[in-house]
Design a protein around this ligand. Structure first.
Ligand SMILES: CC(C)(COP(=O)(O)OP(=O)(O)OC[C@H]1O[C@@H](n2cnc3c(N)ncnc32)[C@H](O)[C@@H]1OP(=O)(O)O)[C@@H](O)C(=O)NCCC(=O)NCCS
Length: 169
């Protein structure tokens, strides 16, 4: 889908009452919680809009951390001295059902990953992590290189590789 762009979520302007992605927890999040999370500095939310107002899709980013011991050895040198490894959490990502299968999910994901690379250029972060809501979401993230961390439902994508990909663009 051509011509997509993301903007920061503005709860005063962006309409979300009819947003329905197939998961009520994500619908409720954009309807009731995203505004407060943003206000409290707990997450930053970005949206794709129709007619400059109606939300077609959104995602959130936050700072987070994971334990060094939870990262497979191939992704982290064991000599790293810290127990906590800084990461960026792609907390939520959803597209309204009526607009799914048109490339918006992919656009939002790539947009979130680009922002994560930019952020990690300024503030250290090793990877982007996600907590997929179900098996289908897990398949979606796998398609873009996320790997499941052992003994968890959490998926992980190192930023180093992303930097190389986006630098090549
Ligand atoms: C998952 C979701 C964000 C995908 O959005 P979308 O706009 O339909 O996705 P796109 O049209 O951009 O598809 C991008 C690619 O992912 C694939 N894809 C889409 N949904 C997929 C899924 N559930 N599993 C595997 N692959 C999927 C598409 O086939 C497409 O592949 P292609 O580029 O090779 O054709 C959307 O279905 C959604 O909001 N689902 C409910 C909420 C959810 O699961 N969120 C995910 C994280 S919690």
């Amino acid at each position: 889908m051509k011509g997509l762009c993301s903007v920061g979520f503005d709860p005063e302007i962006h309409s979300r009452e009819s947003f329905a992605c197939g998961h009520s927890s994500l619908d409720n999040y954009i309807l009731r919680n995203a505004r407060d999370d943003q206000k409290e500095g707990l997450a930053r939310c970005y949206v794709v809009l129709e007619d400059d107002t109606r939300i077609l899709g959104f995602y959130t980013l936050s700072m987070s951390k994971i334990l060094k011991e939870d990262i497979p050895p191939e992704f982290l040198n064991r000599k790293v001295r810290y127990e906590d490894i800084p990461v960026i959490l792609l907390g939520r990502l959803a597209v309204d059902e009526k607009s799914q299968h048109r490339g918006i999910g992919k656009f939002l994901l790539v947009d979130a990953l680009k922002k994560s690379v930019e952020a990690s250029d300024r503030i250290g972060a090793r990877a982007v992590v996600v907590d997929p809501i179900d098996v289908r979401a897990m398949e979606f993230y796998s398609k873009y290189g996320f790997v499941l961390l052992p003994d968890s439902q959490r998926m992980f994508l190192p930023i180093k590789g992303l930097r190389n990909i986006f630098a090549g663009n």
